[in-house]
Structure formats: structure tokens, C-alpha cells
Ligand binder design. Structure first.
Ligand code: TRP
Length: 359
């Protein structure tokens, strides 16, 4: 690099499946943090619709969720003027690179992925490791096996391709994606070793102290979008009235004391939510609620969540009313992503020995 040249900004990439509505936890733990990265890095944010079809879904819903997901991202602060927002299926290279990487990935490595095992187990299929690290099926395994699609097994390879295609330096992910990212790093190193230096080995960017928001109805578990209890989870797009209803009916305990501790999961969760949304520390909050009742804590928490989400929801509505704008964001995003993707893909194709196409 010449002395006068500015060093390139680091490249940050992350992706999420277009699974409909985001939760308050997604916003506080992920999106809000991503939005702070825009000025110091070149950021790529992908909506990974191709990952979504590993699970059953209705095409019309996938389409609707994808555009809604984009609007939610932008409303949460991912300013399209300062980052690249794109749909995975709009960029050629994700599946192409996944194929190449897959040809260097032992099946056993994929069968060992915790998330694969969990998802497979949900389909009634149990996996135990044999000496060869392969799968052993349970008694009813033969039938169940047929219902696990191979896309589910290949999922982490596609995810690795999402990252390596852009030569990302850093990848913001939740703790549950640590293992997938480790596989991605292995694949990058393996390719670099087998051919020659091609991929940046990406670093995970895991939030130091992300607020751990828990279910309002069963605060010993994480707040999750797949919860069956309609009162358990706060969604980004819940109307204020519903937010209040959910928080006012949150499960607490009967000792009447407002303090933070493992023996008080319900109250601690409300304090966490209030701290994460209002910006005051838990200590300060505990102090200011001394001698007050649970109802007061709940109503302050509800006010705080509503105040934080109201502008986000307003922006979301405006965006959804302007599909032309959203589509133009995707067009520009896909062009930027494609440019970078082609560079990597052509390098990879050359290195693995594919005969070059005449120009
Ligand atoms: N598997 C990730 C999740 O469920 C989503 C994902 C796909 C992803 N591709 C990615 C995340 C690339 C980061 C980078 O959260």
C-alpha cells in the first residue's frame, strides 16, 4: 500500500433469516449494535432467504417476510446510505461457493453441528455419534431420516460461503452461531492450505454483555420467537397496547421485593428490560424502586419499551408503504454485494481448476 493511501475499512458481514417479526431481544442484542458499526466498517447485511427454505414454509409468506425484514432492519438503524443491504438469493456466488466448500467438508463435521442435531431431533430423528463420528439412527430412525432434508445438513456450509464470499474480517453473531463460525474458519484455513491464500479467516464479533432478555411467562428460559405462549415474547412490531398487556401480565414472584438475583428471575428480567431500553443501570433502578410495588416496575418497563419502539414502528410503517424505495435499496445492495462476490468467486474457480470462460 502506498503511504498516502488510506487503509481500507474492515469488512463486517452478518446475515439473518427473514423469519417474519423480530423480537425485542433481536433488537437489543443484535440490530441495535449492528447499527453502531456503520461508520467504522464497510458493512454487508444479508437477508438469507436461501437458508429459510431448509425449513417448511409458505412461498407467499417467505416473500412477504423478506421485504418486511428489510424494512425492520432499516427502521432499526441500518441506514442503506451507509451499508449494503441485500437479499442472499439476489447475489450469484453464495451457492456456487458453498458447493466448492462443501466438496472439502467431511460429512461428519456437519453431522456434529449442535444446531443440526437439535433441528433433526425436532423432526423425530435422533443422532448419536458412532466411533467413526457418523450417525446412528434411533429405532424409528429410518422413517425420520427421510424427513431431514440435506439442506439442513448443508446449512453451515452455505453460511460459511455467505461470509467467505465477501472476505469478511468480522462477523457479528449470537452465541448460538459460534460453532458455525468455527466451521467457517476451518473451511477458510483448509482452502487456503489446499490451494493458496484466498480467504480472510473471519473473527466472530460476539457482544460482550448483550442484554439477556427472558420469556415474560417463564423467565428461566430465553425470550424466543418460537414460544407457544402468546404472552411470552415482545415483538418489535407489537402495538403499544399489546406491549403493555404482555408486560403487565409478566410472571413475577410473591415476596414483593424489587431486587436483582437468580432467585428472582421474573423481576430481574423486568429490570434487565428496563435497563436495556431506558439506559439506566440496574443498580440505579433497584435503588429508585426501593419501597415500590411490582405494578410500578411493570408500568415503567412498559413505558420504556413503548418509547423505544414507537419511532422504530413509525419508520417501519412508512417504509412498508413505499415498496419502490425498498426495492431500490435491494437493487443497489445487490449490485455492491455482487461486485465483491464475483471477485472472490472467480478467484476460487481459477484456483480449483475450472477452465476459464472466454471473455
Ligand atoms: N445461521 C445464522 C442464524 O441463524 C444466519 C446466517 C446465515 C448468518 N448466514 C450467515 C449469520 C452469515 C452470520 C453470517 O443466525
Amino acid at each position: 500500500m502506498k503511504k498516502t493511501e488510506k487503509p481500507e475499512k474492515p469488512v463486517i458481514l452478518t446475515c439473518a433469516q427473514p423469519s417474519g417479526v423480530l423480537t425485542l431481544g433481536n433488537y437489543l442484542g443484535a440490530l441495535r449494535n449492528w447499527a453502531t458499526l456503520l461508520d467504522t466498517a464497510e458493512c454487508f447485511f444479508g437477508i438469507v432467504d436461501m437458508h429459510s427454505i431448509t425449513a417448511k414454509n409458505v412461498p407467499a409468506e417467505l416473500r412477504k417476510n423478506s421485504i418486511s425484514c428489510l424494512a425492520q432492519y432499516i427502521a432499526c438503524g441500518m441506514d442503506p446510505e451507509r451499508c449494503h443491504l441485500f437479499m442472499q438469493s439476489h447475489v450469484i456466488g453464495h451457492t456456487e461457493l458453498a458447493w466448492v466448500l462443501g466438496c472439502q467438508t467431511p460429512i461428519g463435521d456437519l453431522q456434529r453441528m449442535t444446531q443440526f442435531k437439535e433441528k433433526a431431533a425436532k423432526l423425530g430423528f435422533s443422532v448419536t455419534e458412532g466411533e467413526d463420528n457418523g450417525m446412528r439412527f434411533s429405532h424409528d430412525g429410518a422413517r425420520a431420516q427421510a424427513s431431514v432434508n440435506s439442506g439442513l445438513l448443508f446449512y453451515p456450509v452455505l453460511m460459511a460461503a455467505d461470509i467467505l464470499l465477501y472476505n469478511a474480517d468480522q462477523v457479528p453473531v449470537g452465541d448460538d452461531q459460534r460453532q458455525h463460525l468455527e466451521l467457517c474458519r476451518d473451511l477458510a484455513r483448509r482452502f487456503n492450505h489446499n490451494y493458496s491464500d484466498t480467504f480472510t479467516v473471519p473473527e466472530p464479533l460476539i457482544p460482550k454483555q448483550a442484554a439477556r432478555i427472558r420469556s415474560l411467562q417463564a423467565p428461566e428460559k430465553k425470550m424466543s420467537k418460537s414460544d407457544d405462549d402468546p404472552l411470552a415474547t415482545l415483538y418489535l412490531l407489537d402495538p403499544p397496547k399489546l406491549i403493555r398487556k404482555k408486560i403487565m401480565s409478566a410472571v413475577t414472584d410473591s415476596d414483593g421485593e424489587i431486587r436483582f438475583g437468580t432467585d428472582k428471575p421474573g423481576i430481574s428480567n423486568l429490570l434487565q428490560i428496563l435497563a436495556a431500553t431506558g439506559g439506566e443501570s440496574i443498580e440505579t433502578l433497584v435503588h429508585s424502586f426501593e419501597g415500590k410495588g411490582y405494578a410500578e416496575l411493570k408500568s415503567a418497563t412498559a413505558d420504556s419499551v413503548v418509547a423505544l419502539l414507537e419511532p422504530v414502528q413509525k419508520r417501519y410503517e412508512e417504509l412498508m408503504a413505499d415498496k419502490g424505495y425498498l426495492e431500490s435499496v435491494l437493487k443497489v445492495g445487490a449490485e455492491a454485494a455482487q461486485q465483491r462476490a464475483y471477485r472472490t468467486l472467480s478467484k476460487v474457480y481459477r484456483k480449483v481448476g475450472f477452465y476459464p470462460r472466454a471473455r
